[in-house]
Every structure is written in C-alpha cells, then in structure tokens.
Design a protein around this ligand. Sequence first.
Ligand SMILES: Nc1nc2c(ncn2[C@@H]2O[C@H](COP(=O)(O)OP(=O)(O)OP(=O)(O)O)[C@@H](O)[C@H]2O)c(=O)[nH]1
Ligand SMILES: [Mg+2]
Length: 236
Amino acid sequence: MTEVNLDFSNLTVIIPTLNEEKSLGELLELIERNAPNCKIIVADDGSIDKTKEITETFEGKLETFFLDRKDEEVHGLTVSVLDAILTCSTAYFLVMDGDLQHPPKVIPGFLKLLQEEYDLVAGNRIKIVGNWSLNRKLMSFVARLLGSLALIFRRKNRVKDVMTGLFASRTQIWKGFLQKKKKKFVLEGYKVLFDFLKSYPSKLKVGHVDYTFGTRHSGESKISKKVIWLYFKSLF
Ligand SMILES: Nc1nc2c(ncn2[C@@H]2O[C@H](COP(=O)(O)OP(=O)(O)OP(=O)(O)O)[C@@H](O)[C@H]2O)c(=O)[nH]1
Ligand SMILES: [Mg+2]
C-alpha cells in the first residue's frame, strides 16, 4: 500500500535490462501500482528481444524512457545504470533488476527514507526464495564478506548487503561524483553500489529496507565468470 505523503514524481526507477521481455511488462505494471507517477528509465544494452516494444507500450501511461545503449562501446550493468543516473531529472532514483527478483512493493519504503533526509538507502536481502545451489550460496556469502571487509579497511560508508542491486539515493550526490569519478567504477561489472561506496569520499546518512530476493521466473541469468572475476579484482 502506498503512503499518502509520498510524492513519487520525485523518483526515477532505473531498470538495467538485457533481454528481459518475459518479465518487463509485469514489472512495469507493478511499479506503476506501487509508485504511481514515478518516472522509469529502462537502461537497455542492446536487447535482441521485445524489451524496447514492451517499454513503448507503457508510454503515455507511465513516464517511461528507453535508454538505448546498443551502439555504445562499453556494455555492462554498471555503465548502463550510471548512464541512466546521468540522464535522471528527479531528486531521487532507485535501481531495480528487470527480472522481478526485486519486489516493487518495497519502493515506498525507499522513498520514505530518502524524504526523511537519508542520502542512500540500500536493500537488505533478509531471505532468498528459490533453489540456490550450495556453490552460489557460498559464492554470495564470500563476496558479501569480502566486500564488507574492503569497505571497513578503507573506512568507508557501509551497507548491510554490499552485493545488493536494489538501492536508492539522491541524484545530485551521484551526478556530482560521476562527473569526476566515473572511471572509479568497473563499467562492465555488476556491483554499482560497492564501487560507489568504495570510492565516495564523504560520510553519508545510510538507511536500509529489508526485502525478500525472489527467484528468476523467466529469461536467463546474465551473470558470468567474467563479471564475478571483475568483482573480486575490484576488492583490492
Ligand atoms: N543494461 C544491462 N543490463 C544487464 C546487463 N547484464 C545484466 N543486466 C540486467 O541486470 C539485472 C541483473 O542481472 P541478472 O542476470 O538477473 O543477475 P542476478 O540477479 O545476479 O542473477 P540471477 O539470480 O541468475 O537472475 C537484470 O535485469 C538483467 O537483465 C548488461 O550487461 N547491461
Ligand atoms: Mg536476476
């Protein structure tokens, strides 16, 4: 349920996508229901499915913008999110995966904390639904632990789950930082929030919203050995 005092027109939901036609339509509907009047940027990277057409069917109903990165030199989740932030015209933005693993019903909780003066709000996976292999669970645990240690060691702002792809912040903070420091990010990687926390020089007021990480119901995972390797390299 949405709260009366929340003004979603101050929020842009950024969705990094690569061939998510099977979930995107349902996701956009759920976002509209949970965050009416928000803006949406579908940060696409050259999908070869109907991602663009699906986004266009929502034009008029939602303020949806398809960010077409197919002709860009560098591709990746991180660079797509960063490019979307740079085009953002609202005070706040929130990043959410396109495969329905992040539940749109938590969006109001993020906006509430941002309106209460938090600078950054990170999703905190309290539960993971689905059959993750032992290998994936172990990998996720180690990645989270090493990421946290890397931030503690550098005396940086921390979040409960540095691996989360669900987070929200004030657009101006990121735009100001990106104008000078975009090269601090692993552009082809996945861990936008970790890269930001690792390099951002000042203290931020950080909040959290708990959520259940769902199962990917359709489409294919894009996570690759290269992406995992890029993350582990970025720890040091
Ligand atoms: N723009 C862009 N989006 C991407 C890229 N790689 C993945 N994505 C999107 O980023 C989101 C997260 O990717 P996933 O493949 O779901 O990664 P994951 O959630 O860690 O893995 P699964 O649990 O297997 O789904 C999804 O919406 C993808 O479509 C990319 O290179 N560019
Ligand atoms: Mg996923």
